[in-house]
Each structure stands twice: as structure tokens, then as C-alpha cells.
Design a protein around this ligand. Structure first.
Ligand SMILES: Cc1cc2nc3c(=O)[nH]c(=O)nc-3n(C[C@H](O)[C@H](O)[C@H](O)COP(=O)(O)OP(=O)(O)OC[C@H]3O[C@@H](n4cnc5c(N)ncnc54)[C@H](O)[C@@H]3O)c2cc1C
Length: 429
């Protein structure tokens, strides 16, 4: 028996992966604390609970008895403060708790922008279980809603609202959808998909304030250009930021997130940070210092467990990838694709519901990344091509090998290749 007390703040994918791997590798005493819920659930599936496809019980990946069986103690409480000198946590319910080693996996929270009226009932972000519950309450008799922010969470919330027959005005500050990530052609396809679902999307529209009636309940949103959008519910989906406020004014080094090295160690001995709340001091080339996605938390959870159990391991992710669904339009990206669309070639079908973009280095002609919409590509194949630094011509020649669609879903590869090659000539000339 190992008497070390290992405490993990946060029972999201990062904290729970760390706990599971620590248990596999050691006999340390493990406590996981979360203020959100007693049990781990899949945050990415919250929308399906609202839409009625699943119940909360279905999005818990482990049975409730799993934790006791694996000697992982769960505390449903909030850490108010940490005294890093005495290695003690102060909990909201009054208890204090000491640790030998601490993993902070406190995730993200909705980023807001100081608008007036944010406190009105009916205005909220969509991050947590509590957000889901308040969205449920606020939209019970809702006819019109506003969604703010052209990104992945915004489009999910729009889909949730549409599923209940609520009319949605979708306000996007930029001139196109997810403009800092998607090139124009991709953004146009997503816009078409969103509009086809009956959502009114308004680009170049920045929020000024939220206004309410006498009972402090939301009745509308005002934009900076003077328009008003009457609504009973408004979702703020303008990004997330690390949930680290409770750690401010301590010896822990924090920039946007908690600064960590490649072993996920903070500046303080025996204190680690992982998942959405961690910021890498030296991110790998073409990667961001904070990557708030599911698989990053999972990988970090495994790495931190190895490090704590005496197997020094660096966090070294492979190529960037991400996937999402914009209503029914599937999106995948691997490697690096510039949002400007520079140094890339792109095929879009006539109906404008399928797209493949290949990005490459114009000097060496080596493939750098791919975007797809409405087409499923093989992650494994692209990972291999990126690792072996294939040229763009080689990738076009072998493109069928990356087809990951069901058999009946025949992609017109000869047309796609011809189109891609025709765009390549002027670039490489
Ligand atoms: C609606 C939505 C959809 C998403 N969809 C996708 C997707 O499709 N694909 C994808 O890759 N990613 C998606 N993401 C992002 C992904 O869910 C996150 O990157 C991931 O869940 C972060 O995991 P984490 O363990 O770092 O933190 P979290 O899941 O945020 O867990 C942190 C936990 O710590 C708790 N906590 C924080 N501070 C304290 C404290 N002081 N005391 C006690 N407990 C505390 C929090 O309450 C929370 O429960 C989505 C996110 C949202 C909100």
C-alpha cells in the first residue's frame, strides 16, 4: 500500500483519465473533487440530453460503482482556496484536505465580454450541467432565442434550440462563420447548412447589451449597429477560458492558464495541471499553448499519471486534429490549414455540401493539412501522410486511400482530383 494522498481537482476527462491511469499504475490514495457533479459525464454529449436523444444517466461513461471498486474517492465539493505551503485545500463545505501531490484539472468556463445585462435571467453560456439545467428552465416557454458567437459551441446551441422549435437569431461579429479557423469556402458551406435549418444568421453583428423587463428577466439583445432582437433566451458562446480564478493571488504561475512544462509540472513542486486549464510554456510548432478539446485532456491525463508514477513522459501530441458536426454537416481537420486559405487547393461539389481542402508548403510541396466537410476521411491515413511528409501530388494521386465513407457513398474521385490538380498548376508555376 502506498500512503501518498493524491488529490485531483476536476472530474472532467482530464482529471478522470489521470485517476484511472494512476490506479492502473499505483496503489496511491486518490481523491477527485468536483463542484459540478459527483460523477464523470461526457461534456460533449450534453446537447443530446437537451434534445431528448439521451438521458443524463446515458452520458456517464462508468457505472456509479466503478469508483468505489477502483478505490477512487469522489467528493462533490468546491475547492475555494489552496495553501501550497502547507499543501492544504480549503473546501466550500468547510472541510480542509491535505495532499502529497496535486493535479489541477479545473477545465474552462464561458468567456464573456463585460456586456451590460449579462446578469438577467435567460442570459447564459452553455458549458456545464448547471448551464444545461438553466437552459432547460429558461427555454420552457421560449419562442425566440439569440445565440452569440460563430464557433463550435454556438452552432451546437443553435441546433439544441431548433430541436425545440425555437426561432433563432444567430449573431456573429465576424464577416463569416468561425472566421479565425475556417477558410471562406468552408464557412460558406456551414452558413448554408445553418440557414437551411431555419436559423437567421447575422454576420458583422456585435452585441452591445442585453435588456430586460422589470422582473430582471431578459427580453432582448441590442447590437452595436442599433438593431434589437427580441428574445426570451440568449446564449453567450463567444469562447471559453481557463477556469483558474480560484487560484489567483497564489504562488502558482498563471498566464491565461496554469503554466506547465512538457511533463505537465507547474512551477510548484508536486503540483501538476492538465486539460483545458493548462497552458504549455513551450507548445510544439504549429500547436497552441492551450487546446481546449477532449482528446488533449485525455492524453494529458495519461501523461501526468505516468510522470507521477515514476515513468518520466513528455506530453508530445501528434498532428492537430479536430472534428465536429454543424447540424448534419460533418467537419474534420488534420494538420495545419490556414484560415486565409493560403497555400491550399479546394474541391467543393455542385450542391455545396461536400468539400475537401489540401494545404501544403509551397517551397517543398509537402502536405501540411486537410479540411473536409460532408466527407469522411481516414484519420490514420492522413496521420501517416503527414508523418511521412508526402508531397501534395502524391496525396492527390492516392486520395481514394483516405476515403472513410460508407460503401454506398461514392465520391467522384476522378473529378475531385482533376479539380485539385487544376488549382495546383497556377500555384506551383
Ligand atoms: C458544449 C460543449 C461541447 C463540446 N464539444 C466538443 C467536441 O465535440 N469535441 C471536443 O474535442 N471537445 C468538445 N468540447 C470541449 C471539451 O468538452 C473540453 O475540452 C473538455 O471537456 C475539457 O476537459 P477538462 O477535464 O479539462 O475540464 P472540464 O470538463 O471542464 O472539467 C473540469 C471540472 O472541474 C470542476 N472544477 C473547476 N474548478 C473547481 C473547483 N475550484 N473546485 C471543484 N471543482 C472544480 C468543474 O466544475 C468541472 O467539472 C466541448 C465543450 C462544450 C462545453
Amino acid at each position: 500500500m502506498d500512503d501518498r494522498q493524491l488529490v485531483i481537482i476536476g472530474n472532467g476527462v482530464a482529471g478522470i483519465t489521470a485517476a484511472r491511469h494512476l490506479r492502473k499504475r499505483s496503489k496511491v490514495r486518490i481523491k477527485v473533487i468536483s463542484s459540478e457533479s459527483k460523477h464523470f459525464f461526457s461534456r460533449t454529449a450534453l446537447m443530446y440530453v437537451y434534445m431528448g436523444h439521451m438521458k443524463y444517466e446515458h452520458i456517464k461513461p462508468y457505472e456509479d460503482h466503478f469508483w468505489e471498486k477502483n478505490r477512487i474517492e469522489l467528493l462533490h465539493d468546491r475547492v475555494e482556496k489552496i495553501d501550497f505551503n502547507s499543501k492544504t485545500l480549503q473546501l466550500q463545505k468547510g472541510e480542509s484536505l491535505s495532499y502529497d501531490q496535486l493535479i489541477i484539472a479545473s477545465g474552462s468556463k464561458t468567456a464573456t465580454h463585460g456586456w451590460s445585462g449579462l446578469e438577467l435571467q435567460g442570459v447564459q453560456g452553455m458549458y456545464s450541467l448547471q448551464d444545461l439545467q438553466s437552459m432547460e428552465d429558461s427555454t420552457r416557454n421560449c419562442k425566440n432565442a439569440v445565440v452569440i458567437g460563430g464557433g463550435l459551441i454556438g452552432v451546437e446551441v443553435a441546433e439544441m434550440l431548433v430541436s425545440r422549435g425555437i426561432k433563432v437569431d444567430y449573431l456573429v461579429r465576424e464577416s463569416r462563420f468561425w472566421g479565425n479557423v475556417l477558410p471562406k469556402e468552408e464557412a460558406d458551406l456551414v452558413k448554408q447548412q445553418i440557414e437551411a435549418e431555419g436559423v437567421n444568421i447575422h454576420f458583422n453583428t456585435e452585441v452591445d447589451s442585453f435588456f430586460g423587463n422589470d422582473s430582471e428577466v431578459l427580453s432582448g439583445v441590442k447590437s452595436k449597429d442599433g438593431r434589437t432582437f427580441d428574445c426570451q433566451f440568449a446564449a453567450v458562446a463567444t469562447g471559453v477560458k481557463p477556469n483558474v480564478d480560484f487560484l489567483k493571488d497564489s504562488a502558482l504561475e498563471i498566464e491565461k492558464g496554469i503554466l506547465v512544462n512538457e511533463h505537465l509540472e507547474t512551477n510548484l513542486k508536486d503540483v501538476y495541471a492538465i486539460g483545458d486549464c493548462a497552458q504549455l510554456r513551450n507548445p510544439l510548432k504549429d500547436r497552441r499553448s492551450i487546446e481546449a478539446v477532449w482528446y488533449v485532456g485525455k492524453m494529458m491525463g495519461e501523461v501526468v499519471a505516468a510522470n507521477i508514477c515514476g515513468k518520466p513522459t513528455k506530453y508530445q501530441p501528434s498532428h492537430w486534429f479536430n472534428s465536429a458536426k454543424f447540424f448534419n454537416l460533418e467537419y474534420q481537420t488534420y494538420g495545419v490549414v490556414d484560415a486565409s486559405g493560403k497555400d491550399s487547393i479546394c474541391w467543393v461539389n455542385d450542391k455545396k455540401n461536400q468539400l475537401i481542402r489540401l494545404a501544403f508548403d509551397p517551397e517543398s510541396n509537402k502536405i501540411r493539412g486537410v479540411n473536409s466537410l460532408g466527407v469522411r476521411l481516414s484519420h490514420q491515413q492522413f496521420d501517416q501522410w503527414l508523418n511521412s511528409e508526402l508531397t501534395i501530388d502524391q496525396v492527390i494521386n492516392d486520395l481514394e486511400k483516405a476515403d472513410f465513407n460508407p460503401e454506398f457513398f461514392n465520391l467522384p474521385f476522378s473529378i475531385i482530383k482533376e479539380e485539385l490538380r487544376s488549382q495546383l498548376k497556377p500555384i506551383s508555376a
